[in-house]
Design a protein around this ligand. Structure first.
Ligand SMILES: [Zn+2]
Length: 149
């Protein structure tokens, strides 16, 4: 936090008013060089992600829930827990770096599918059958076609 008068880097907080429920904290600071005082407003950046479900319902992103969902779908495949954990972290990071805090659940599902395709092809099919709610042979065949591409 530079002094706005002399641009000195060293300042001290002389008064802090914590407004508990507000995301912005107002601080009085004093420059250690020119002794002038100024006010800063500090915003706490929260990294929240929200998932928009197919039903339109919005939920906070829960990485444990996502991991459990994948693990349940591919449990017959003995994929290492760490591998799934890595995939979830990769997806989470991508989402956090995205433009919006709101992500469609279908977008997350597609990211999981893409990741599983690289990890375990049968796992990919298992997850796809749960996630895409396969009802018939045609659905399964189209997933298989994706595998071959
Ligand atoms: Zn100063």
């Amino acid at each position: 936090m530079n002094c706005p008068f002399c641009h000195n880097q060293h300042t001290k907080v002389v008064d802090k008013r914590d407004s508990c429920n507000k995301p912005v904290t107002r601080r009085r600071r004093e420059c250690l060089k020119c002794k002038k005082r100024f006010t800063t407003y500090e915003r706490i950046e929260t990294l929240s992600l929200y998932v928009v479900k197919r039903s339109g319902k919005v939920e906070e992103f829960d990485r444990d829930k996502l991991k459990k969902g994948i693990l349940t779908a591919v449990k017959k495949r003995r994929i290492a827990d760490e591998t799934i954990d890595e995939l979830v972290s990769e997806i989470e990071l991508k989402l956090l770096n995205g433009k919006s805090n709101y992500v469609k659940s279908t977008q997350i599902g597609d990211m999981v599918l893409k990741g599983l395709l690289k990890i375990d092809k049968i796992g990919y099919l298992l997850f796809a059958s749960v996630y895409k709610d396969f009802n018939n042979l045609a659905d399964f065949k189209s997933a298989l076609t994706n595998l071959e591409n």
